[in-house]
Design a protein around this ligand. Structure first.
Ligand code: C5P
Length: 210
């Protein structure tokens, strides 16, 4: 059983996907982390995330330890991630890992929850249950800003908003696997819903479709 959860940056899909995986006792994969780790690796070597050779080499050399650490969550790494993610070869390199985890979840789990941008359209088009989360860019910037402010009181809302807008534009405009809702996905607009309400709606849908 595969559950796909896609949506733009800061739409709440990560929190939701983690909770759903826990409730179902499924494996969970935050696929954004693969692109973030690739982008971070290029930055750490003072490379340009938009440089194909550097980005592909970083993706090919990812190891489990590269996927850990708070530093991967920064907007700077998010921006680098969306640059490496626009390179077709990078996506190709990361595809196998995602499909293998989805079809043969580790730890003998009976299913997997994957969140990202192209899970329902490209990585697991056959997933029987797909959700597509959206929220206005202002609402998403607001949520991200509040998270950032807890760690860094000097965080600036306008900057967070601008970075999200740029990332949305890059993720939606790219030629390969752009951010797009799958035809058979359930759309949930989270602007007026808190995380609990989204979780309850999603779990109700899962239970009626299994
Ligand atoms: O979801 P997150 O913000 O961690 O993703 C970081 C970046 O990785 C996104 O902006 C997007 O460019 C890329 N990504 C992707 N496909 C996915 C997951 C993430 O292109 N399935």
């Amino acid at each position: 059983m595969i559950i796909a959860i896609d949506g733009p940056a800061a739409s709440g899909k990560g929190t939701l996907a983690r909770r759903v995986a826990e409730a179902m006792d499924y494996a969970y994969l935050d696929t954004g982390l693969l692109y973030r780790a690739t982008g971070a690796k290029v930055l750490a070597e003072n490379g340009d995330p938009a440089d194909e050779a550097a980005a592909v080499a970083a993706a090919e050399n990812l190891s489990a330890s590269d996927l850990e650490g708070e530093a991967l969550r920064s907007e700077e790494v998010g921006t680098a991630a969306s640059k490496v993610a626009a390179i077709p070869m990078v996506r190709e390199v990361l595809l196998d890992f995602q499909r293998t985890l989805a079809t043969t979840p580790p730890g003998g789990k009976r299913g997997a929850v994957l969140d990202g941008r192209d899970i329902g359209t490209v990585v697991c088009p056959e997933a029987p249950i797909k959700f597509y989360l959206t929220a206005s860019v202002e609402e998403r910037a607001n949520r991200r800003f509040k998270q950032l402010q807890e760690k860094n009181p000097a965080a600036i809302y306008e900057r967070v908003l601008k970075e999200l807008e740029e990332r949305d534009a890059r993720d939606s405009a790219r030629d390969v696997a752009p951010l797009k809702m799958a035809d058979d996905a359930i759309h949930i607009d989270t602007d007026r819903l808190n995380a609990n309400a989204v979780f309850d709606a999603v779990m109700a849908h899962i239970h009626t479709h299994m």
